[in-house]
Write a protein that binds this ligand. Sequence first.
Ligand SMILES: [Zn+2]
Length: 126
Amino acid sequence: MPCEKIMYGSAVEAEKGRGKLEADAKRTGSIGKSWKRLNSYKCRWCSGWHIGRANSLPARKTVPTPAIPSTGQLRRKLKRITQKLDCERKHRAYQLGKLIEADLAAIRTENELAETQRQVAGMFLG
Ligand SMILES: [Zn+2]
């Protein structure tokens, strides 16, 4: 047996219909304040979507509006970013220093090896 209620093809369509019904009910006051309980649901019998009035207030998913940050919050955020960048620059400089030390050590080792080879050659040839 088909349902006598208005059928919607999807949850989205049913929600749109609910919004329209809610707006009409608010404007006309035809159903008092029970528009607050208007609810879209999937029918158990016809598998379509309908709009009805729930016995309790439905939990609406409200999309929170993003708060506009104050100038103080923005300044503090910029300060944190600057501090983080400074910290990263210091770390980079530290790592560069380590790299330079390692290069110098390699050069010293090469020079010592060359000097040793010269001394050995001098002992046998000179
Ligand atoms: Zn139905």
